[in-house]
Design a protein around this ligand. Structure first.
Ligand SMILES: [Fe+2]
Length: 276
């Protein structure tokens, strides 16, 4: 990631917090910096969300994402190995995945470990416009099952409020699909590839995303890559409507990008323009 993507959030000035919450509401994603230390990650996370504990998290609620050496080839634990992690929703098997995920880099990999983010709103708009049959199949109720014995029967795209959709996805061995939805997965994968944005987090760099909208992924790596992850629900002071606008119902709403897709470059332009 270039230095130009830095976000001046360091002192968590109220104006900065207001900027971050506004951008999450609008774009579903914001880049942060200055979060190399565990204490800084925890303070930032607590200023934004009520942390949700994870089976792999520590008592303070943060999960250390690194190659443990114990999770290689274990289904559902790709994030704790050093291999590739395919685009996914965090905790896709939960009845309701956490709304927010903060992922901060404490130590980059020696090689690889490139992060990829995919805006589900862009993928949905792409499919709804160019491949409506695929969008219909991937939105059909009970067309996807995520997880193991206690997994979740759902769909990849689900309506969650009038005019608003939620994205839920994983593409590993813990995902199963109806025949119709499965037949359209190649179209979905191609759309994901068209909208993926990849970058390498440097020390202290982080992203906060709306986990009901954005997918995240990671390439394989070597070295002692180490990140801190926080999952949770937005504090009640800044909750926003569920999901993201369906393109068919958002034509009259202004969007920050002319083509309807948020780019990391565009995000930076807006993030660095405001007060700190
Ligand atoms: Fe993940």
């Amino acid at each position: 990631m270039s230095a130009s993507l830095q976000h001046r959030f360091g002192d968590r000035h109220p104006d900065s917090l207001a900027q971050i919450t506004e951008r999450i509401r609008r774009d579903g994603l914001v880049l942060l910096d200055g979060l190399a230390a565990r204490a800084a990650v925890l303070t930032t996370a607590r200023s934004l969300m009520t942390l949700t504990h994870h089976p792999d998290s520590d008592p303070d609620g943060l999960t250390v994402i690194r190659d443990t050496g114990r999770h290689t080839d274990r289904p559902g634990f790709a994030g704790l190995g050093s291999g590739e992690v395919l685009p996914h929703t965090e905790r896709s098997a939960a009845a309701m995945p956490p709304r927010l995920m903060l992922l901060a880099c404490s130590r980059p990999a020696d090689a690889g470990g490139v992060s990829t983010l995919v805006d589900g709103a862009a993928v949905l708009a792409d499919l709804a416009t160019e491949h409506p049959d695929a969008f219909t199949a991937l939105s059909a109720p009970r067309s996807a099952f995520f997880g193991g014995a206690n997994g979740c029967l759902s769909s990849i795209f689900s309506p969650v409020a009038p005019g608003r959709m939620q994205l839920r996805l994983r593409l590993d061995t813990l995902a199963r699909f109806s025949p119709d939805a499965g037949a359209h997965l190649p179209v979905l994968r191609a759309a994901i590839d068209r909208h993926r944005q990849s970058f390498r987090l440097g020390t202290g760099q982080a992203f906060l995303l709306d986990n009901h909208r954005w997918l995240h992924a990671r390439s394989a790596f070597t070295g002692s890559r180490r990140l801190y992850r926080a999952l949770g629900e937005p504090l009640t002071s800044w909750v926003w409507p569920p999901g993201f606008p369906h393109p068919d119902t958002s034509r009259d709403q202004s969007h920050p990008d002319e083509n309807g897709e948020l780019t990391l470059r565009g995000l930076h332009d807006r993030t660095s323009a405001g007060p700190t």
